[in-house]
Each structure stands twice: as structure tokens, then as C-alpha cells.
Design a binder for this molecule. Structure first.
Ligand code: MN
Length: 426
């Protein structure tokens, strides 16, 4: 067993029962103390943020070949991630030793606490990685089926390639931003009613897509393929991912080359990257792939993860209503297949690239991962507790995703990704 995953471990820091961030999690992120200028790497325990640059400067990561604070004093985790999986695992294990209740070396050392431990409200979370490239997959069979039923053929909703290829497209990385960033409603070309020429307008069907995203932990050369077997060593971890989409702009622009401006005005990630190591106990079988896949996509079960996902909508001055409850385990194509497929043609990847799962819909109507599906193309408005209805997002609505895995009393969570929709710039 990975040391840091030991369910018996407890921390000398106070961690509330039910926190997303027990000592068994130890995610990685980039933060900045509110009264200081410099970003640095951190981990989170309960409602505390731990400064890894100070721990490194004190010499505690010498065994990991990290002898100064430099690697943790960057404004991204890319340099740390490029050190490779044995180092991520070892640093996480070391942190679980340092913060172990049994370890008296630190918890009564005031200097250590003063310099290393911040309260969550005293820091600002920043983008954890520099994102070179962004791919968005389309890997939930329920989502692809729902969209196919709505826009193509109710009898044959999946296109012939769907069960053979983890379908994806190359997205825009510059507009991937951190939780808490407000996003302007996009402007664009839209067809109205039955007309055949477009108008320039703000989007009237602005949607979220409930996704998770994995972050690559490795850089490769052109022509190099990552096999399914190697894929788990090439993924650093996972975040929650809100891939905002303007359905009206999308409908007009997406033929024949796929989405463009309808999905490049803001995609938002949660700040803490939870490692695959931390999620190891929550591996589970995915849906049965009932069409045989080519050898490079064949994998060993279990390759999915049981991660509960909730979406909340909060109107301006209102309170949060949960409008969707889904699970990452519903993914038909798993991450390892996605990464093997991404590289099979010889595409090189880089540390810090982001791979969206695609909208994660489950089998029941309350588990659909977009408003397009929840409101069934606007025909079944979503009723909120304040009495108002939504077909799509309105200005000043806030969308909140939360996600966690839980088993045998251990909860490994992602925190949240929060996105407020604001009007277009004048
Ligand atoms: Mn998407």
C-alpha cells in the first residue's frame, strides 16, 4: 500500500470530520498568501494550506532530490510534475509523515507552524499548471446518446465511430482559468428560429458541462506512443472541470470541424490536483464496452474511479440548488484509453496538458451533466427553489461543482469549482 493512503493515519492539524482534505488526500496546488506577492506550491489539510517551498528549504525533501525551495517556488507545478511519478509519490508520502499525529517533531514546533501552515481564508489559489494544450473528449455514453437523440436520430443516436474511438477535439488552453474567475457571456453568430442567416448576438443558451480533467505528468517526443499500460504513470492527477458551452453558437459553427468559439470563452478548473495515488482505493469497473476495441485500447479492469459529482446552481442573492448528481465512474472510455488514443498517431504531449473527460452524464435524468440535457433542449425547464426556472444559465447565476470519493470512512475530495456568469463586455 502507498504509505500516504493508510486509512489509519491522522494528522496533528485539526481536520474536520467529512473534510475533502484528510491526511490521506495530500493534493497539490499553487497559492499565494494574501499579504505576499510570490506564488508557491502547496498542499491542503482540512482548512489549512501547507507551504511546500518552506518545507523544501528546511531540507525535508533531500531524499527526493529536492534540495532547495526552487521547485516549489514557481508559479506553476510544471517543474515539480516533470520530476516524475516516483518523486510525486515520495513527496506525498513524506508529507504524510511530517503531518502524522504520531510525529512529534513538528507539531509542537511553533516556528514550523508559523512559517509553513496557512489558514485557507488567508491565501488565494492560482492556476496550478501552465497548460500547453487542452483536449476535450466526448466519452460518456449517456451524454453522447442524449445529444444524438436531441439533434440527430432518436433511433441511432451514436455515430458509427463512437464505440471504436474515444472521440475528442483540440480545445483552447488560454481560456482555462481557476475556480472563482467570473466568465463573460459570449457573443457570437446565432441562427434564430427557422432563419438561414445568422445574427450577431449574445448567447441565449449558455450551458455548463460537468467534467473532470486529468493533467499529464510527462512530456513525450513526436512519434512516441503512450501505451495503455504506461498511461497511469503519465497522469499526474485530476481536477473538477466546468467546460462552459454556448449551445446556440455551437449549433451553427460546429459543422464540419467541431466546436470553436462556443467552447473557448472560459473553462474553469478546481485548484487542487488530486493525485491518481490518492484515488487508487476508489478504482472501479466502468461500463461494459460491448464492441471489441482495437488492441491499443484494450485495458485491464478496474480503470474507472468512483467519484461522486454534484452540480449546484445559485441565482444572484439566492441559495444553492443541487440540479445534478452524477459520477465519474459512468465514463464509457477511461482516461488510460484516452491518453493512449491521444498519442497513438504520434502526437507529443507535455507536462501540464489538460484532458477533459467530456460531459459526465449518468443513466437517470437527474444525473445528466449539462443544462442542455437536464432541460432536454429547453423543453423541460429546471425549477429552482426560489420559484424561478432555468433552461440555460442567466447572468449572475453561479455554477458550483463539488466532487469526492468515499469508502470505508475515508473521503478524498476535490473541493469545488465556482463560476459566476456575468454580462458580455460592452
Ligand atoms: Mn466539453
Amino acid at each position: 500500500m502507498i504509505r500516504a493512503n493508510n486509512p489509519e493515519l491522522k494528522s496533528w492539524l485539526f481536520i474536520e470530520h467529512g473534510s475533502d482534505f484528510p491526511i490521506q488526500n495530500i493534493p497539490f496546488g499553487i497559492f499565494k498568501p494574501k499579504n505576499q506577492a510570490n506564488p508557491r506550491a502547496g498542499t491542503r489539510l482540512g482548512n489549512f494550506v501547507i507551504d511546500l517551498s518552506v518545507i523544501a528549504a528546511l531540507g525535508y525533501f533531500k531524499d527526493e532530490g529536492i534540495s532547495s525551495k526552487e521547485v516549489f517556488s514557481q508559479n506553476t507545478l510544471n517543474q515539480f510534475i516533470s520530476l516524475g511519478k516516483p518523486i510525486w509519490r515520495s513527496v506525498r508520502d513524506k508529507l504524510s509523515v511530517i503531518f502524522d499525529l504520531e510525529n512529534r517533531e513538528f507539531w509542537n514546533t511553533p516556528d514550523f507552524r508559523e512559517e509553513v501552515v496557512y489558514k485557507i481564508q488567508d491565501v488565494e489559489m492560482l492556476m496550478p499548471v501552465s497548460v500547453g494544450d487542452y483536449t476535450d473528449f466526448y466519452s460518456s455514453i449517456e451524454h453522447a446518446t442524449n445529444v444524438g437523440k436531441m439533434f440527430r436520430d432518436a433511433e441511432n443516436p451514436l455515430l458509427p465511430n463512437w464505440k471504436h474511438i474515444p472521440v475528442g477535439y483540440h480545445g483552447r488552453s488560454s481560456s482555462i482559468v481557476i475556480s472563482g474567475t467570473n466568465i463573460h457571456r459570449p457573443m457570437g453568430q446565432i441562427l434564430q428560429g427557422n432563419e438561414d442567416t445568422p445574427v450577431f448576438s449574445q448567447s441565449r443558451s449558455l450551458d455548463f458541462e460537468l467534467e473532470m480533467a486529468f493533467i499529464s505528468g510527462k512530456s513525450t517526443q513526436l512519434g512516441q506512443r503512450i501505451s495503455i499500460r504506461e498511461a497511469s504513470n503519465s497522469i499526474f492527477g485530476l481536477v473538477l472541470f466546468n467546460d462552459l458551452s454556448a449551445r446556440d453558437i455551437q449549433r451553427w459553427e460546429y459543422v464540419p470541424l467541431g466546436p470553436f468559439l462556443s467552447k473557448s470563452f472560459g473553462s474553469i478548473i478546481s485548484p487542487w490536483i488530486v493525485t491518481l495515488d490518492a484515488l487508487e482505493p476508489f478504482k472501479t469497473k466502468g461500463p461494459k464496452q460491448d464492441v471489441a476495441v482495437l488492441p491499443y485500447l484494450q485495458f485491464e479492469e478496474p480503470a474507472n474511479y468512483d467519484i461522486h459529482l454534484d452540480v449546484f446552481l445559485k441565482p444572484e442573492n439566492g441559495h444553492e440548488d443541487r440540479i445534478c448528481r452524477s459520477n465519474f465512474k459512468y465514463m464509457y472510455w477511461n482516461m488510460f484509453q484516452q491518453l493512449a488514443h491521444q498519442t497513438v498517431g504520434g502526437c507529443n504531449i507535455n507536462v501540464g496538458d489538460i484532458y477533459g473527460s467530456g460531459t459526465i452524464s449518468g443513466p437517470t435524468p437527474d444525473s445528466f451533466g449539462s443544462m442542455l440535457e437536464l432541460s432536454w433542449k429547453g423543453t423541460k425547464p429546471i425549477l429552482l427553489s426560489d420559484g424561478s426556472e432555468r433552461k440555460f444559465l442567466e447572468d449572475n447565476d453561479t455554477v458550483i461543482f463539488r466532487g469526492f470519493a468515499e469508502k470505508n470512512g475515508i473521503r478524498i475530495g476535490f473541493g469545488e469549482v465556482v463560476t459566476k456568469i456575468i454580462p458580455p463586455l460592452k
